[in-house]
Design a protein around this ligand. Sequence first.
Ligand SMILES: [Cu+2]
Length: 127
Amino acid sequence: MKRELILFVLLVSAFLAIGCTEKQPMAPINETTVSPVNETPATATGGKTVDVSIQNFAFEPNSVKISVGDTIKWTNLDSAPHTIKGTEFASGSLKKDDSFSYIFTKPGTYDYECSIHPSMKGVVIVE
Ligand SMILES: [Cu+2]
């Protein structure tokens, strides 16, 4: 009976000792796992939209500088139909008040024109 009690006390103290030494390194780890904040990727919906109007047979503004992930939204304010045609993108024929949007995902210089009136030219510079 006495030996069983001693064994029990030894076991309990052994468990307590293990419990203490294992808990000590755990505490700082638990504190640090709370802080990291996820950053949203640049290509997500975070990009801004820049409006370009088509008026009096011209793109206004005809030169726009934007960042990767931004959108250009062209809106035709003329009663004549116009298009936006570049090497990477092309709208159909836009009637009055129609608009066309394109998201620029790569840096570069994008020249475009109206395929109906090739003298109408514009450029989008993506940085
Ligand atoms: Cu046109």
